[in-house]
Design a protein around this ligand. Sequence first.
Ligand SMILES: [Zn+2]
Length: 259
Amino acid sequence: MNPAEPDPVPLPEWCQLVRAANPGPMTLEGTNTYVLATTRGNIIVDPGPLIEEHLCAVSGLGPVLFTVLTHHHLDHTEGAAWFHEVTGAPVRAQDPSLCIDGDPLAPDGAYLDTPDLQLRLIHTPGHTADSICLEITRGTWRGLLSGDTLLGRGTTVVAHPDGQLGAYLESLAKLRAVLGPDHVLLPAHGPVRASAAAVVEQYIAHRQARLDEVRAARMAGAQTARQVVEIVYSDVDPSLWPAAERTVAAALDYLDAAG
Ligand SMILES: [Zn+2]
C-alpha cells in the first residue's frame, strides 16, 4: 500500500460504502455511495453515476427508505432517476429540481425523519451553491457525510461561479464549530477518514496558504486565472489545471470582493 494512503477506517455494520466504477482526476477512485441500514429500509446517500451495475449493487442491499443527494453534480445524481424507478423511494436534495417524489431538504440544522439514527442537515455552500453535509449520530457513533465539501484525500474544487470561495470558507468554519474529535469523515470520493475535524483544519490551512500564493502571484504580475495557475499550481499535474483555473477564478473573485 502507498505509505501516503491513510489506513482504512472500519465502518459500523449498518453503514456500507459502495464505490462506483467512475474513477478520474475529479472523482478519485470513483463516487462513494453510502447505504445506511435502518429498520424501515436503507437510506442511500448519492446513488452516483448512471452505471447500472453500481445501482443494482446498491438497490440489491435491500428496500430503500429514501435517497439523499449531497449536490447536483452528475457523478452524484445521474443515476437518481433510474434508482428511483427501480426502488420507488423518494429522492431528496437541497435543490427542488433534483427531488423526485420527495421534499427539498431544509432548513439548515433540521433533522431528517429517520428511524434508529439521527441525520442532521448542515448547509455547506462553496463547492457548489447547493452542497450539503449530513451529520450522523447513532448511539455513541458519530460521522459526517460530506459529499464533495471535504474529500478523503486531496482538496475539493470550488466550481466558480456556482461555487464561491467566501461561502466555502464560511462552510469550513461552520463545520469546525460542529465537529467533535470523534466524527468519522464519510466523503463522496476517496477513503473514509478517522477524523473529519482534522481534515477541516487541513482544508482551512490549505485554502489560506493558496490565497496567500494567489495574492503573491498577482503582486508578481499574473493577471488572468490561467496565469495565476501556471505560477501557483506549477507543482500540480497539468491535467488538473482546468479545475485549478476554476478554483483560482473563485479566489480572484473572493480577493476582489474583499478589496
Ligand atoms: Zn463528486
